[in-house]
Structure formats: C-alpha cells, structure tokens
Write a protein that binds this ligand. Structure first.
Ligand code: FAD
Length: 299
C-alpha cells in the first residue's frame, strides 16, 4: 500500500502537468497510469510548445521522467479499477492500493468511431477529427468529410483552409434545405449514399465504398467522433457530467474542482475539445489548486 497526499489518475499531458506542481510543492504525489493516451494512434503530435512533431509516446515519456526526478513523486503502472472514500481518505485500487487525501482525475476521453470496416485502421493517420492536429500534413488532398448522425456543418467550412477538394459523404444523414444552401460552395461536392467500407493501404486511405459498391477516391477523411470519459471512475464517485452534442465530460469549476469534494479533474476529461496544450494547462491549474486545497486556502 502506498500513502500519498494526492493520487493522479492518468499520466499524460494533464496528469503529469498536475503532478509536477504538487511535486514542486514537495507533496507526495502518485501517478497511476496505464499508458493508453488518446493520441496513441498518431505518429506525431503537433502544436505542443517545444515538441511540435514529436511522437506522442516520446512526449509522455519525457514528462514522466521529469516528474519522477522529484523525490516525492512516483509512478504506478496499470489501470485504476475503483476509487472509494472521501476528501482526506480516498482509496484507489489497481496494480497497487493507494491511499490519498485528494484525487486528480486526468484519465482523458476516448473517441467512439462509426462502425465502418477499415476506418479504425486509418484513425490518426489519414482519418482524423482535428484539422489543427493533422490538417497541415493532409493538406491539398482530395478529402472526405463523413456525416454521422448529423451533417458536420462546422467542419465543412473549417476545412476550406486545408483543401479545395472536399467531398461531403452524406452517409444516410438527411441534409436540410438550409444546410444544402450553405454547402453549395466552390471546392465542396456532396455525395449521397451510405458508406460501408474504407479501403486503405496500411492506414493510408484510398477510397470509401458506398452501399451498392461504388467507390469514391480520397486521400484524407475527417469526421466528428463521439467523445466520452475513458473510465467511469469519476461518475462512480458521483462527479457530475456535462452532456454536449459531441459527447460527455466531467463538470469542473474555475479551479478544476469536480462536484465531489476533494476530487479534481483536468485535461480532455474536463472539457469538450481535445488539445494537448490545453490539457497541460488545466493539469497545471488542477495541481496548484489541489495543493492550495490541502493547505485549506482554496476559496
Ligand atoms: C488521433 C489523435 C491525434 C491527436 N493529435 C493531437 C495533436 O497533434 N495535437 C494536440 O494538441 N492534440 C492532439 N490530439 C488530442 C490529444 O491527444 C489530447 O488532447 C490529449 O492527449 C489529452 O491529454 P490528457 O492528459 O487529458 O489525456 P490522455 O493523453 O488521453 O491521457 C490519459 C491517460 O490516462 C490513462 N488512463 C485512462 N483510464 C485510466 C485508468 N482507469 N487507470 C489508469 N490510467 C488510466 C490513459 O491510459 C492515458 O495514459 C489528438 C487526438 C487524437 C485522437
């Protein structure tokens, strides 16, 4: 059994940033992490200060090695399976039992993709959600935009700075008259029909196949995923959840406090838009706030 002031669940952008604040405050902090970061499908991560284009695993490893250089910080590998207790006396179960006065949840979100054979193999390579993450590398290609439960109107305009050959794959979703008028612009064509398969070579998309067998060629594809917490630990503790059109995340206040006393949340788990930099920023805030909470000076 390990005793700590703070247990941090998740050892990536948010969790490591939180832990380093606590280690610098000379507090005993334990990071529990199973190493399945959200961006693990991509070869490179973009836009993170000083590490643009580095491999996601390299960024995580560097962060973990920096925080572990502090004598009061340690890492436990493996998945946390349960958290019980209350502020001042939490118990985390997993590879090792950890007892901590406070908990920071930084276990990220997972993306649910439509169930189309071949799509997952391309995810993070030539199939993407975020043009800031992937758009520069995938620019100037014939690019698909997959409708899934709704027509992605925001992306249909957003992508215009990366491609002038965009195909909206309607995929069985009805297009309203108002949407049709807004989609009617140079550089964008509409393709009716349900997408039944993605054809690719080692993750490099070549075409999508429509019901009936027709193929539409493309070399990049965007879609809006459904996002949900990567674990149910927060909800099991009673943390309130926010529902958005893109998915669910934990509710936090300006100090990254969840609605459960002594439990903080940071990173993608606590906001609707994925971003490594913003995950690190909210982790930093959670770490400092949690430390001040331990001292009883967080208002
Ligand atoms: C394909 C893809 C590419 C991306 N590219 C970029 C990019 O180029 N630039 C950018 O800014 N953003 C990018 N993102 C978004 C970026 O990945 C996230 O914003 C970022 O990883 C969020 O960091 P986080 O610390 O909140 O969560 P994560 O990085 O997802 O880390 C969460 C950690 O918690 C662990 N964990 C989960 N549950 C448990 C549990 N029960 N017990 C123990 N550990 C647990 C996970 O295994 C993981 O290690 C990309 C996302 C995707 C999907």
């Amino acid at each position: 059994m390990i005793e700590a002031d703070v247990a941090v669940v998740g050892g990536s952008f948010a969790g490591v940033s939180a832990a380093i604040m606590l280690a610098r405050a000379r507090r005993r902090v334990v990071i529990l992490d199973e190493g399945q970061t959200r961006n693990r499908y991509a070869h490179a991560s973009h836009g993170f200060l000083g590490m643009d284009g580095a491999a996601p695993e390299a960024i995580r490893a560097k962060g973990l090695s920096e925080v572990q250089a502090y004598p009061t910080a340690r890492l436990v590998d493996g998945r946390v399976t349960a958290i019980t207790g209350r502020a001042g006396a939490f118990v985390l179960e997993g590879a090792e039992e950890v007892r901590a006065a406070r908990v920071i949840l930084a276990y990220g979100q997972r993306d649910r993709l439509p169930d189309i054979p071949g799509l997952e193999e391309c995810w993070g390579k030539t199939v993407a959600q975020c043009p800031y993450c992937h758009g520069y590398e995938l620019a100037d290609r014939t690019t698909g935009l997959l409708a899934w439960e709704a027509i992605p109107m925001h992306h249909s305009v957003h992508l215009s700075d990366w491609t002038d050959d965009l195909i909206l794959l309607e995929n069985g979703v009805e297009v309203t008259a108002e949407e049709a008028a807004r989609l009617d612009r140079p550089g964008l064509r509409r393709q009716a029909g349900r997408v039944v398969r993605v054809h690719h070579a080692a993750g490099a998309i070549e075409a999508v196949e429509l019901e009936g067998g027709a193929r539409v060629g493309m070399r990049a594809l965007y879609l809006v995923t459904w996002q949900e917490p990567a674990s149910s630990l927060g909800e099991e503790l009673g943390c309130e959840v926010v529902e958005t059109p893109m998915g669910r995340h934990l509710r936090v206040d300006e100090h990254q406090r969840t609605t459960v006393r002594g439990v903080f949340a940071a990173g993608d788990l606590a906001r609707p838009f994925p971003s490594a930099t913003q995950a690190a920023s909210t982790g930093n805030r959670a770490g400092a706030a949690c430390h001040q909470d331990l001292l009883g000076i967080l208002v």
